[in-house]
Design a protein around this ligand. Structure first.
Ligand SMILES: Cc1ncc(COP(=O)(O)O)c(C=O)c1O
Length: 371
């Protein structure tokens, strides 16, 4: 009975697609350990070095952590709500100057819940081809139709809008701001022109930009001064903030709609209160002091040829990508091979992600290996 699954695994292995969970013995700021072997972690989303940072954890626990429990035991709409959730939502709504905010348990929950709810019967969603799996899954669950335009290609988007927009009631454009696997940045100014021309809602996922870009660290929309033009802006806490969860900010009617229609919000136990308190504490107490460090990280990313702190090193072939990761491992660097279906066929790569703690000197040996 299990044969069918074993055969699928065998095929995955034959094509160097098999995934496995890594057994680290310990993680400590910018390093991961396998037994006693210490490696520089170049695969983390811990962009501000907050996760795995014992000093920061202890500071939080001493300041306020002891007041909060580790489980909410219920969904927000049942008994899983406390002032700290509302406080964090108010903080985010104020930071973005939006009417309301809503917390989700993760970026995955947020995208699945939002994309599936917002596209009602008779509606249409236009999505960048390289948008995250959670957006794709959400669109597949929605009752609307969706089209995927070529990656960050505004001509492709406009061709679809011109052809399809008139056939639907509501239209939604959805894109990441910093693309998770390529590190490039969406052409948001042009997307906003198209949104206006074709009367669409605009949803931006700032998962990899929140805590990195913008004077206050709010993301690309803050950096470009276009927050007002965005109908729903999503950010995550599991990356830069070193916590867990996600948020969406927007107008009150849209957030109320999500509270009523977004199934991943309605039917899931709320985040642990201690986690929500930690997120709020980091945003209030740690994020404001990171501007200079963030600029240095982005400068290093630019030197490595990227528009952001995410630097794709594209090799193409699956097996060669796995082999290069092994060479890097032997030289003290922890990287992961990123292969289809996470990225398109023939574009297997090593996704190098920088953090504010990684210095140019840390990477000297890497240059000699990958050139
Ligand atoms: C663009 C994007 N959105 C959402 C997510 C999911 O966020 P989370 O890890 O909080 O579920 C990711 C995860 O890497 C992502 O890259």
């Amino acid at each position: 009975m299990y044969e069918i699954y074993s055969d699928i695994l065998k095929t995955l292995e034959e094509h160097s697609h098999l995934r496995s969970i890594k057994n680290f013995s310990k993680k400590d700021e910018k390093y991961v350990y396998f037994g006693e072997k210490r490696l520089l972690n170049l695969s983390s989303n811990n962009y501000l070095g907050i996760a795995d940072n014992r000093r920061i954890t202890e500071e939080f626990m001493k300041a306020i952590g002891g007041k909060y429990s580790f489980g909410s035991a219920s969904a927000r709409l049942l008994t899983g709500n406390l002032p700290v959730y509302r406080d964090l939502e108010n903080l985010l709504a104020n930071l973005y100057n939006k009417e309301a905010a809503l917390l989700y348990n993760s970026g995955y929950h947020a995208n699945v819940g939002i994309s599936s709810a917002i596209g009602q019967k008779g509606d249409v969603i236009f999505s960048d081809k390289l948008n995250h799996a959670s957006i794709i899954d959400g669109m597949q669950l929605s009752h609307g139709k969706f089209f995927r335009y070529q990656h960050n290609n505004m001509d492709s988007l406009e061709i679809l809008l011109a052809r399809e927009r008139k056939n639907y009631q509501n239209a939604i454009i959805i894109t990441e701001s910093v693309f998770s696997m390529d590190g490039d940045i969406a052409d948001l100014k042009r997307i906003i022109e198209l949104k206006k021309k074709y009367n669409c809602l605009l949803i931006i996922d700032e998962a990899h930009a929140f805590g990195v870009f913008g004077e206050k660290g709010l993301g690309i929309a803050e950096m470009l001064g276009i927050i007002d033009e965005i109908d729903l802006l999503i950010g995550t806490f599991g990356k830069s903030i070193g916590s867990m969860g996600a948020f969406v900010v927007g107008s009150k009617p849209l957030i109320d709609f999500l509270i009523n229609k977004s199934r991943s919000f309605i039917f899931s136990t709320a985040l642990p209160p201690i986690n929500v308190a930690f997120t709020k504490w980091v945003i209030e107490n740690k994020l404001p002091d990171t501007y200079e460090k963030r600029q240095n990280m982005l400068e290093l990313g630019r030197k490595m040829g990227s528009e952001s702190h995410i630097v794709p090193y594209i090799i193409g072939d699956n097996q060669k990508t796995v082999e290069m990761c092994e060479i890097l491992y032997q030289n003290g660097f922890f990287t992961l091979p990123i292969r289809p279906p996470t990225v398109p066929d023939g574009t297997s790569r090593i996704r190098i992600s920088l953090t504010t703690e990684i210095t140019e000197k840390d990477l000297e040996k890497l240059w000699n290996i990958i050139g």
